[in-house]
Design a protein around this ligand. Structure first.
Ligand code: ATP
Ligand code: PLP
Ligand code: MG
Ligand code: NA
Ligand code: MG
Length: 297
């Protein structure tokens, strides 16, 4: 047994570039975790490019892999991490996986990034929303939606910080003790809002981190954020604000490096979707300098 943990990570794989498992495995390994990836899809590149090709794993194939692990008594995990899931049947199988892993380790932490869409655009089938609401949110330990996803899951519009906090409370009452709205544009500011419900009796501890907005569009950063939140909140289980400061600060250093590298190569970073400089940022992941501080509510 390791003092950090063993993560089963069910996410996308791309041959080129860093989204899904490609952006989660390396940082978790750097933070000392054993990571066992299951690739929910294998695509040539992320779906923001003009074309992509590859294969999609179905629910039965996912279950087959889990049964293989079970046959050999290899199902002991401390954490389950899930990201983009494209169909109801796959999501239903993920729910069976949660149950199975908890039958082996009742303390399993399930970190769920409920990927539904962004900036008003849904990128999964509509039917997934109610499955997340009714079945997935109740079993998640930590949930990392963005602003649009919080709105879809709670039915609340998030236009103020108070709206964000109220939505976190709604999500807590449905299940997860930790909720992090990983990005929300509120009154012109880019915010991360975190909420930790430590006990039934007390109100949650809530905080925000203001993030300096970089004029560029990145892919893989949501997946990286959730992975870093898993990693740091395992080290600081009672200080979600500290975990989020470390995650956001790593991200900022990495994004600055990414933009600088594109500029140096003669590209205008504001004009296209940028591939993150993940490997080159390993020191910022292992040993972040906290540049973005949390403010408690
Ligand atoms: P999901 O992937 O679940 O939809 P998300 O929409 O929050 O989550 P991103 O929009 O990639 O994912 O944001 C995640 C984090 O990445 C933010 O908290 C921020 O730290 C960083 N980030 C992404 N884009 C920028 C940007 N243009 N400027 C500054 N930080 C950014
Ligand atoms: N997974 C796949 C296969 C993708 O193509 C993309 C984005 O294009 C993502 C995940 C999204 O990554 P993120 O939300 O972290 O930017
Ligand atoms: Mg986003
Ligand atoms: Na998110
Ligand atoms: Mg995303």
């Amino acid at each position: 047994p390791s003092d950090t943990g063993r993560v089963l990570s069910i996410q996308s794989h791309t041959v080129q570039g860093y989204v899904g498992n490609k952006s989660a495995i390396f940082p978790l390994q750097l933070l000392g975790f054993d990571v066992d990836p299951i690739n929910s899809v294998q695509f040539s590149n992320h779906t923001g490019y003009p074309t992509f090709r590859g294969q999609v794993l179905n629910g039965q194939q996912l279950w087959d892999l889990v049964e293989g692990l079970e046959e050999n008594e290899l199902l002991h995990y401390t954490h389950l991490l899930t990201g983009y899931i494209g169909s109801v049947s796959f999501l239903d199988t993920v729910l069976q996986v949660v149950e199975k892993l908890r039958s082996v380790n009742p303390d399993l932490v399930y970190v769920c990034d409920p990927v539904l869409g962004d900036e008003g655009k849904l990128y999964v089938p509509q039917e997934l929303i109610s499955v997340y609401q009714q079945k997935v949110v109740p079993v998640a330990s930590m949930l990392t939606p963005n602003q649009f996803e919080v709105e879809l899951l709670t039915g609340l519009r998030i236009t103020s910080e108070q709206d964000g906090l109220t939505a976190c409370n709604t999500l807590h009452s449905a299940g997860p003790r930790k909720v992090v709205i990983t990005s929300a544009l509120i009154e012109g500011k880019l915010l991360l809002i975190g909420s930790h419900k430590k006990s039934k009796e007390q109100p949650p501890e809530q905080f925000k981190i203001e993030i300096p907005k970089i004029p560029a569009y990145f892919t893989g950063t949501g997946d990286l954020t959730t992975a870093l939140l898993l990693g740091w909140s395992n080290k600081y289980p009672d200080n979600l604000d500290t975990a989020a400061e470390l995650a956001v600060s790593s991200l900022q250093a990495l994004l600055r490096r990414t933009v600088e590298d594109y500029k140096r190569a003669g590209f205008d970073p504001s004009t296209s979707s940028l591939e993150i400089r993940l490997i080159q940022s390993q020191d910022d992941i292992r040993n972040p300098t906290v540049t973005c501080k949390a403010v408690k509510y």
